[in-house]
Design a binder for this molecule. Structure first.
Ligand SMILES: [Zn+2]
Length: 400
Protein backbone atom coordinates (compact mmCIF):
# COMPACT_ATOMS: atom_id res chain seq x y z
CA UNK A 1 0.00 0.00 0.00
CA UNK A 2 1.19 3.44 -0.78
CA UNK A 3 -0.47 5.90 1.53
CA UNK A 4 1.47 9.08 1.69
CA UNK A 5 1.08 12.05 3.97
CA UNK A 6 3.29 14.86 2.78
CA UNK A 7 1.81 17.71 4.69
CA UNK A 8 -0.35 18.51 7.67
CA UNK A 9 -3.96 17.53 7.05
CA UNK A 10 -6.19 20.52 6.50
CA UNK A 11 -8.61 19.72 9.27
CA UNK A 12 -10.86 22.62 10.10
CA UNK A 13 -13.28 22.99 12.95
CA UNK A 14 -16.46 24.71 11.84
CA UNK A 15 -16.75 28.43 12.28
CA UNK A 16 -19.07 29.50 15.13
CA UNK A 17 -21.63 30.91 12.72
CA UNK A 18 -21.60 27.88 10.40
CA UNK A 19 -24.92 26.61 11.80
CA UNK A 20 -28.00 28.76 11.28
CA UNK A 21 -29.55 30.34 14.39
CA UNK A 22 -32.70 28.26 14.01
CA UNK A 23 -30.66 25.12 14.62
CA UNK A 24 -29.36 26.16 18.01
CA UNK A 25 -31.87 24.12 20.00
CA UNK A 26 -30.97 20.86 18.33
CA UNK A 27 -27.30 21.75 18.09
CA UNK A 28 -27.22 21.73 21.84
CA UNK A 29 -27.86 17.97 21.73
CA UNK A 30 -24.57 17.37 20.00
CA UNK A 31 -21.85 16.65 22.55
CA UNK A 32 -19.63 19.74 22.60
CA UNK A 33 -16.46 17.70 22.26
CA UNK A 34 -17.54 16.26 18.88
CA UNK A 35 -15.86 18.83 16.66
CA UNK A 36 -12.57 18.70 18.55
CA UNK A 37 -12.53 14.89 18.67
CA UNK A 38 -13.43 14.68 15.00
CA UNK A 39 -10.68 17.08 14.02
CA UNK A 40 -8.24 15.00 16.06
CA UNK A 41 -9.42 11.74 14.49
CA UNK A 42 -9.46 13.06 10.92
CA UNK A 43 -5.99 14.48 11.55
CA UNK A 44 -4.65 10.89 11.50
CA UNK A 45 -5.62 10.54 7.86
CA UNK A 46 -3.10 10.84 5.06
CA UNK A 47 -4.11 13.54 2.64
CA UNK A 48 -1.82 12.70 -0.27
CA UNK A 49 -2.09 9.49 -2.28
CA UNK A 50 -0.23 8.47 -5.43
CA UNK A 51 -1.36 5.51 -7.54
CA UNK A 52 -0.01 4.07 -10.77
CA UNK A 53 -2.24 2.29 -13.23
CA UNK A 54 -3.22 -1.11 -11.84
CA UNK A 55 -1.96 -0.39 -8.33
CA UNK A 56 -5.50 -0.78 -6.93
CA UNK A 57 -7.05 0.90 -3.93
CA UNK A 58 -5.06 2.33 -1.04
CA UNK A 59 -6.34 1.68 2.48
CA UNK A 60 -5.57 3.46 5.68
CA UNK A 61 -6.91 2.47 9.10
CA UNK A 62 -7.70 5.22 11.55
CA UNK A 63 -9.15 5.45 15.06
CA UNK A 64 -12.63 6.89 15.42
CA UNK A 65 -13.35 7.84 19.05
CA UNK A 66 -16.79 9.34 18.29
CA UNK A 67 -20.18 7.67 18.49
CA UNK A 68 -23.17 8.28 16.24
CA UNK A 69 -24.43 11.14 18.44
CA UNK A 70 -21.70 13.24 16.90
CA UNK A 71 -23.02 12.72 13.38
CA UNK A 72 -21.98 10.76 10.31
CA UNK A 73 -19.01 10.67 7.98
CA UNK A 74 -19.62 11.82 4.43
CA UNK A 75 -17.28 11.83 1.41
CA UNK A 76 -17.59 14.11 -1.57
CA UNK A 77 -16.47 11.61 -4.24
CA UNK A 78 -17.17 7.96 -5.03
CA UNK A 79 -13.42 7.15 -5.10
CA UNK A 80 -13.15 8.09 -1.41
CA UNK A 81 -15.05 6.04 1.16
CA UNK A 82 -14.90 4.87 4.78
CA UNK A 83 -15.32 1.22 5.69
CA UNK A 84 -16.08 -0.27 9.07
CA UNK A 85 -17.90 1.08 12.09
CA UNK A 86 -17.20 1.59 15.74
CA UNK A 87 -13.84 2.74 17.01
CA UNK A 88 -11.77 1.51 14.07
CA UNK A 89 -12.41 2.70 10.52
CA UNK A 90 -10.59 2.34 7.21
CA UNK A 91 -10.24 5.04 4.63
CA UNK A 92 -10.36 3.56 1.12
CA UNK A 93 -8.98 5.53 -1.82
CA UNK A 94 -9.92 3.74 -5.03
CA UNK A 95 -8.46 5.08 -8.29
CA UNK A 96 -9.96 2.38 -10.54
CA UNK A 97 -12.56 4.66 -12.14
CA UNK A 98 -10.30 7.69 -12.51
CA UNK A 99 -8.26 9.05 -15.40
CA UNK A 100 -4.70 10.29 -15.02
CA UNK A 101 -4.67 13.50 -13.08
CA UNK A 102 -4.84 15.19 -9.69
CA UNK A 103 -8.17 14.47 -8.00
CA UNK A 104 -9.48 16.12 -4.83
CA UNK A 105 -12.23 15.10 -2.42
CA UNK A 106 -13.27 15.79 1.15
CA UNK A 107 -14.18 13.64 4.12
CA UNK A 108 -16.53 15.42 6.50
CA UNK A 109 -18.24 14.80 9.82
CA UNK A 110 -21.82 15.94 9.34
CA UNK A 111 -24.30 16.78 12.08
CA UNK A 112 -27.73 16.31 10.49
CA UNK A 113 -29.57 17.77 13.47
CA UNK A 114 -27.94 21.14 12.96
CA UNK A 115 -28.92 21.69 9.35
CA UNK A 116 -26.32 19.22 8.06
CA UNK A 117 -23.55 21.42 9.39
CA UNK A 118 -19.96 20.32 9.00
CA UNK A 119 -18.28 19.61 12.34
CA UNK A 120 -14.87 18.74 10.85
CA UNK A 121 -13.38 18.23 7.42
CA UNK A 122 -10.24 16.85 5.82
CA UNK A 123 -9.24 17.23 2.18
CA UNK A 124 -7.75 14.23 0.38
CA UNK A 125 -5.73 14.45 -2.85
CA UNK A 126 -5.26 11.48 -5.16
CA UNK A 127 -2.75 11.51 -8.00
CA UNK A 128 -3.34 8.88 -10.67
CA UNK A 129 -1.00 8.04 -13.52
CA UNK A 130 -2.37 5.55 -16.04
CA UNK A 131 -0.52 3.83 -18.84
CA UNK A 132 -1.45 5.90 -21.90
CA UNK A 133 -2.75 4.50 -25.16
CA UNK A 134 -0.22 3.45 -27.77
CA UNK A 135 1.08 6.42 -29.69
CA UNK A 136 0.32 8.96 -26.96
CA UNK A 137 2.35 12.15 -27.14
CA UNK A 138 5.63 11.75 -25.31
CA UNK A 139 6.86 14.33 -22.84
CA UNK A 140 9.80 14.30 -20.46
CA UNK A 141 10.64 16.03 -17.19
CA UNK A 142 14.29 15.86 -16.09
CA UNK A 143 15.04 16.81 -12.48
CA UNK A 144 18.66 17.20 -11.41
CA UNK A 145 19.48 17.31 -7.71
CA UNK A 146 22.84 19.01 -7.20
CA UNK A 147 25.26 17.05 -5.01
CA UNK A 148 22.80 14.43 -3.73
CA UNK A 149 24.58 11.28 -2.51
CA UNK A 150 22.64 8.09 -3.28
CA UNK A 151 22.89 6.76 0.29
CA UNK A 152 21.38 9.99 1.59
CA UNK A 153 18.61 9.92 -1.03
CA UNK A 154 17.79 6.38 0.13
CA UNK A 155 17.90 7.40 3.81
CA UNK A 156 15.70 10.46 3.41
CA UNK A 157 11.91 10.38 3.56
CA UNK A 158 11.02 10.82 -0.10
CA UNK A 159 7.41 9.78 -0.81
CA UNK A 160 7.32 11.27 -4.30
CA UNK A 161 10.55 9.60 -5.40
CA UNK A 162 9.36 6.34 -3.80
CA UNK A 163 6.22 6.56 -5.93
CA UNK A 164 8.23 7.13 -9.12
CA UNK A 165 10.48 4.15 -8.29
CA UNK A 166 7.48 1.81 -8.47
CA UNK A 167 7.56 2.22 -12.28
CA UNK A 168 11.18 2.99 -13.05
CA UNK A 169 14.46 1.78 -14.43
CA UNK A 170 16.76 2.88 -11.63
CA UNK A 171 19.95 2.40 -9.67
CA UNK A 172 21.52 3.91 -6.57
CA UNK A 173 24.91 2.60 -7.69
CA UNK A 174 25.54 4.69 -10.80
CA UNK A 175 28.69 6.73 -11.45
CA UNK A 176 29.49 10.25 -12.54
CA UNK A 177 31.46 10.93 -15.69
CA UNK A 178 34.89 9.35 -15.21
CA UNK A 179 37.18 11.81 -16.98
CA UNK A 180 37.01 14.91 -14.82
CA UNK A 181 36.74 16.08 -11.21
CA UNK A 182 33.43 15.58 -9.42
CA UNK A 183 32.55 19.24 -9.80
CA UNK A 184 29.21 20.66 -10.89
CA UNK A 185 30.12 22.10 -14.30
CA UNK A 186 31.77 18.95 -15.69
CA UNK A 187 29.03 16.86 -14.06
CA UNK A 188 26.11 18.79 -15.53
CA UNK A 189 27.88 19.22 -18.87
CA UNK A 190 28.22 15.42 -19.07
CA UNK A 191 24.61 14.93 -17.98
CA UNK A 192 23.40 17.33 -20.68
CA UNK A 193 25.71 16.27 -23.49
CA UNK A 194 26.10 12.54 -22.88
CA UNK A 195 29.88 12.74 -23.19
CA UNK A 196 32.60 13.07 -20.56
CA UNK A 197 34.99 15.99 -19.96
CA UNK A 198 37.68 14.46 -22.20
CA UNK A 199 35.32 15.39 -25.04
CA UNK A 200 33.32 18.46 -23.92
CA UNK A 201 36.42 19.95 -22.21
CA UNK A 202 34.63 21.63 -19.31
CA UNK A 203 36.53 20.65 -16.15
CA UNK A 204 35.85 23.51 -13.74
CA UNK A 205 32.97 25.73 -12.69
CA UNK A 206 32.87 29.07 -14.44
CA UNK A 207 35.30 27.99 -17.15
CA UNK A 208 33.60 27.34 -20.45
CA UNK A 209 36.18 28.81 -22.83
CA UNK A 210 37.49 25.41 -23.89
CA UNK A 211 34.02 23.94 -24.35
CA UNK A 212 33.70 21.87 -27.51
CA UNK A 213 30.51 23.26 -28.99
CA UNK A 214 29.64 20.31 -31.20
CA UNK A 215 28.86 18.25 -28.11
CA UNK A 216 25.44 19.80 -27.87
CA UNK A 217 23.13 19.41 -24.88
CA UNK A 218 20.04 17.22 -25.09
CA UNK A 219 18.06 20.47 -24.98
CA UNK A 220 19.78 21.69 -28.15
CA UNK A 221 19.47 18.27 -29.83
CA UNK A 222 15.74 18.27 -29.06
CA UNK A 223 15.34 21.80 -30.44
CA UNK A 224 17.33 20.81 -33.55
CA UNK A 225 14.81 18.01 -34.07
CA UNK A 226 11.85 20.39 -33.88
CA UNK A 227 10.85 19.92 -30.23
CA UNK A 228 10.50 22.72 -27.70
CA UNK A 229 11.86 22.98 -24.18
CA UNK A 230 11.59 24.81 -20.86
CA UNK A 231 14.58 25.03 -18.52
CA UNK A 232 14.45 26.08 -14.86
CA UNK A 233 17.54 26.10 -12.65
CA UNK A 234 18.77 27.21 -9.28
CA UNK A 235 22.44 27.16 -10.28
CA UNK A 236 22.92 30.02 -12.68
CA UNK A 237 25.63 28.40 -14.80
CA UNK A 238 23.19 25.73 -16.00
CA UNK A 239 21.01 28.48 -17.44
CA UNK A 240 23.69 30.85 -18.67
CA UNK A 241 26.56 28.58 -19.73
CA UNK A 242 25.69 24.89 -19.95
CA UNK A 243 22.40 25.02 -21.88
CA UNK A 244 23.37 26.82 -25.09
CA UNK A 245 22.61 30.54 -24.90
CA UNK A 246 21.41 30.86 -28.48
CA UNK A 247 18.52 28.42 -28.06
CA UNK A 248 15.06 29.91 -28.32
CA UNK A 249 13.54 28.36 -25.20
CA UNK A 250 11.83 29.49 -22.04
CA UNK A 251 14.28 29.59 -19.15
CA UNK A 252 14.14 30.68 -15.53
CA UNK A 253 16.61 31.01 -12.68
CA UNK A 254 15.87 31.16 -8.95
CA UNK A 255 16.06 29.40 -5.58
CA UNK A 256 14.64 25.88 -5.49
CA UNK A 257 11.04 26.55 -4.33
CA UNK A 258 10.63 29.52 -6.66
CA UNK A 259 12.16 27.73 -9.65
CA UNK A 260 10.07 24.60 -9.05
CA UNK A 261 6.84 26.56 -8.69
CA UNK A 262 7.64 28.47 -11.85
CA UNK A 263 8.30 25.28 -13.80
CA UNK A 264 5.16 23.67 -12.35
CA UNK A 265 3.22 26.53 -13.89
CA UNK A 266 4.82 25.87 -17.26
CA UNK A 267 4.24 22.12 -16.84
CA UNK A 268 0.53 22.82 -16.40
CA UNK A 269 0.23 24.94 -19.51
CA UNK A 270 3.16 24.65 -21.91
CA UNK A 271 3.04 22.67 -25.13
CA UNK A 272 6.77 21.95 -24.94
CA UNK A 273 7.93 18.34 -24.95
CA UNK A 274 11.01 18.72 -22.73
CA UNK A 275 11.22 20.24 -19.24
CA UNK A 276 14.31 20.49 -17.03
CA UNK A 277 14.56 21.45 -13.37
CA UNK A 278 17.82 21.85 -11.44
CA UNK A 279 17.53 21.85 -7.61
CA UNK A 280 20.45 23.12 -5.53
CA UNK A 281 19.50 22.52 -1.88
CA UNK A 282 21.54 19.30 -1.29
CA UNK A 283 24.74 20.88 -2.61
CA UNK A 284 24.25 23.98 -0.46
CA UNK A 285 23.55 21.88 2.65
CA UNK A 286 26.52 19.61 1.92
CA UNK A 287 28.94 22.50 1.60
CA UNK A 288 27.71 24.16 4.78
CA UNK A 289 27.15 21.12 7.03
CA UNK A 290 28.47 17.97 5.32
CA UNK A 291 27.69 15.58 2.48
CA UNK A 292 26.60 12.67 4.66
CA UNK A 293 23.58 10.42 5.10
CA UNK A 294 24.14 10.91 8.85
CA UNK A 295 23.76 14.70 8.59
CA UNK A 296 20.14 15.73 9.36
CA UNK A 297 20.51 19.06 7.55
CA UNK A 298 21.67 17.30 4.37
CA UNK A 299 18.81 14.80 4.66
CA UNK A 300 16.36 17.69 5.08
CA UNK A 301 17.70 19.29 1.89
CA UNK A 302 17.01 16.09 -0.04
CA UNK A 303 13.54 15.93 1.48
CA UNK A 304 12.94 19.50 0.35
CA UNK A 305 13.88 18.36 -3.18
CA UNK A 306 11.23 15.67 -2.85
CA UNK A 307 8.66 18.29 -1.88
CA UNK A 308 9.67 20.33 -4.92
CA UNK A 309 9.45 17.17 -7.04
CA UNK A 310 5.89 16.82 -5.75
CA UNK A 311 5.13 20.35 -6.93
CA UNK A 312 6.47 19.44 -10.38
CA UNK A 313 4.54 16.14 -10.55
CA UNK A 314 1.37 18.02 -9.61
CA UNK A 315 2.10 20.40 -12.47
CA UNK A 316 2.27 17.46 -14.87
CA UNK A 317 -0.90 15.88 -13.46
CA UNK A 318 -2.79 19.16 -13.75
CA UNK A 319 -2.30 19.35 -17.51
CA UNK A 320 -5.61 19.34 -19.38
CA UNK A 321 -4.02 16.91 -21.87
CA UNK A 322 -2.47 14.52 -19.34
CA UNK A 323 -4.77 11.59 -20.24
CA UNK A 324 -3.39 11.57 -23.79
CA UNK A 325 0.29 11.93 -22.90
CA UNK A 326 3.09 9.54 -21.99
CA UNK A 327 5.42 11.18 -19.46
CA UNK A 328 8.94 10.13 -18.58
CA UNK A 329 10.52 11.39 -15.36
CA UNK A 330 14.33 11.30 -15.30
CA UNK A 331 16.21 12.08 -12.08
CA UNK A 332 19.92 12.13 -11.36
CA UNK A 333 22.70 14.18 -9.74
CA UNK A 334 26.00 15.70 -10.84
CA UNK A 335 28.25 14.31 -8.06
CA UNK A 336 28.30 13.02 -4.47
CA UNK A 337 30.53 14.55 -1.81
CA UNK A 338 32.39 13.93 1.43
CA UNK A 339 33.07 16.18 4.36
CA UNK A 340 31.98 19.59 3.12
CA UNK A 341 33.49 19.28 -0.36
CA UNK A 342 33.25 17.39 -3.62
CA UNK A 343 35.70 17.10 -6.47
CA UNK A 344 37.82 14.04 -5.58
CA UNK A 345 37.66 10.92 -7.71
CA UNK A 346 36.76 8.46 -4.95
CA UNK A 347 33.55 6.52 -4.48
CA UNK A 348 32.01 9.05 -2.06
CA UNK A 349 32.11 11.59 -4.88
CA UNK A 350 31.72 9.35 -7.95
CA UNK A 351 28.81 7.21 -6.80
CA UNK A 352 25.46 8.70 -7.81
CA UNK A 353 21.92 7.56 -8.71
CA UNK A 354 19.75 7.51 -11.80
CA UNK A 355 16.00 7.08 -12.25
CA UNK A 356 13.84 6.90 -15.40
CA UNK A 357 10.16 6.51 -14.45
CA UNK A 358 6.85 6.48 -16.28
CA UNK A 359 3.43 4.86 -16.48
CA UNK A 360 4.45 2.71 -19.45
CA UNK A 361 7.61 1.44 -17.71
CA UNK A 362 8.07 -1.47 -15.31
CA UNK A 363 10.07 -1.42 -12.09
CA UNK A 364 13.51 -2.49 -13.23
CA UNK A 365 16.63 -2.24 -11.07
CA UNK A 366 19.56 -1.44 -13.35
CA UNK A 367 22.94 -3.18 -13.05
CA UNK A 368 26.42 -1.74 -13.28
CA UNK A 369 27.59 0.80 -15.80
CA UNK A 370 24.87 3.42 -15.36
CA UNK A 371 26.05 7.05 -15.59
CA UNK A 372 24.44 10.47 -15.49
CA UNK A 373 25.66 10.60 -19.09
CA UNK A 374 22.74 8.21 -19.78
CA UNK A 375 20.38 11.16 -19.30
CA UNK A 376 20.96 12.66 -22.75
CA UNK A 377 20.34 9.49 -24.83
CA UNK A 378 17.44 8.51 -22.55
CA UNK A 379 15.71 11.85 -23.06
CA UNK A 380 16.38 11.94 -26.81
CA UNK A 381 15.23 8.34 -27.32
CA UNK A 382 12.02 9.05 -25.43
CA UNK A 383 11.31 12.10 -27.58
CA UNK A 384 11.91 10.14 -30.78
CA UNK A 385 15.03 12.07 -31.72
CA UNK A 386 17.37 9.98 -33.86
CA UNK A 387 20.72 9.62 -32.09
CA UNK A 388 23.51 9.92 -34.65
CA UNK A 389 26.66 7.80 -34.15
CA UNK A 390 28.68 10.86 -35.09
CA UNK A 391 27.62 12.50 -31.82
CA UNK A 392 29.79 9.99 -29.97
CA UNK A 393 27.45 9.69 -27.00
CA UNK A 394 29.01 7.70 -24.18
CA UNK A 395 25.77 7.30 -22.25
CA UNK A 396 23.18 4.60 -22.87
CA UNK A 397 19.44 5.15 -23.40
CA UNK A 398 17.60 3.50 -20.49
CA UNK A 399 14.18 3.53 -22.18
CA UNK A 400 12.86 2.23 -25.48
ZN1 LIG B 1 27.16 20.25 -8.09
Amino acid sequence: MTALATCTPAVRAPTPDAAPDAAQDVAAEVPPECAALAAQALGQIAVDFYRWDGAGAARQAFDWPLDSRCGRLRTSAAWLRVEGDGASRTLVVDPSSLASGLHRAELELIDDRAGASVLARVGVRLRVLRAPRAGAARRVLVVGYDGARPDAVQAARTPILDFLLERAAFTFDARTQLAGPTVSAPGWMSTFTGVDPSRHRVVANGEYGARVAEHRTFVARAIDAGRSAVVSTSWEEVTTSIVERDLVIERQYGLDPFAARWLAGRLRASEAQLFFQHLNDPDAAGHSTGFSAANPAYIRAIESCDANLGVLVDGVLSRPTIADEDWLFVLTTDHGGSGTVHGPLDDDNRRIWFVAAGASLAREPLGEGVSHMDTAPTVLRWLGVTIEPSWGLQGVARVR
